[in-house]
Design a protein around this ligand. Structure first.
Ligand code: S3P
Length: 175
């Protein structure tokens, strides 16, 4: 165990923060979307198109269970919707220390507006969809996280420093 799990909305920077953190801490990184794509041999968009969101959510829970059985000392970035399923809450917490990268809807929109790989934002009002999903998910992200980092207007080095500082503080608190 002893993993660091990055959660947060699409476009909050989980993949980039995860990649940089894995370099800084010399730990391997996993990404649930990438693991699912590899296992299925197709992209997330193709999975949504062919089998629908409910099927994708099942794959996420399977992927999470597998990580709980196998992941050790890793950085794990999880898809934005993965923490929503009730069944996944205990599994995420079991996996390790959960870091929530909290971003405002405007920050997310700026980062994803030219991206075509996120099926949930493909409609004609991505900004409205972001706000709607965020309103539903914010409380869940807060509930399952151990550490919350506000990422708006911060560069990645600063975000990494804040994660390290918050990690030290929570270690001291648990001593
Ligand atoms: C989703 C987020 C995506 C991906 C899928 C659904 C969501 O991952 O899992 O498109 O429900 O928020 P990222 O958060 O890595 O973009």
């Amino acid at each position: 165990m002893d993993n660091i799990i990055l959660i947060g909305f699409m476009g909050c920077g989980k993949s980039t923060v995860g990649f940089k953190l894995s370099y800084r801490l010399r730990r391997a990184m996993e990404d649930t979307d990438k693991l699912i794509e590899k296992e299925e041999g197709r992209t997330i968009s193709e999975i949504f198109e062919t089998d629908g969101e409910a099927y994708f959510r099942k794959l996420e829970t399977e992927c999470l269970k597998k990580l709980v059985r196998t992941a050790n000392h890793k950085i794990i970035s999880v898809g934005g919707g993965l923490p929503v399923r009730e069944e996944n809450h205990a599994l995420i917490k079991e996996l390790g220390t959960v870091v929530y990268l909290r971003a405002k809807a405007e920050t997310v929109y700026e980062r994803v507006k030219h991206d075509t790989t996120r099926p949930l934002l493909k409609g004609d009002d991505p900004q409205g969809k972001i706000r709607e999903l965020m309103a539903k998910r914010a409380a869940v992200y807060e509930k399952v996280s151990d550490i919350i980092i506000d990422v708006d207007d911060k560069d990645f080095d600063r975000i990494l420093d804040e994660i390290a500082e918050a990690g030290h503080q929570s270690e001291r608190a648990s001593e």
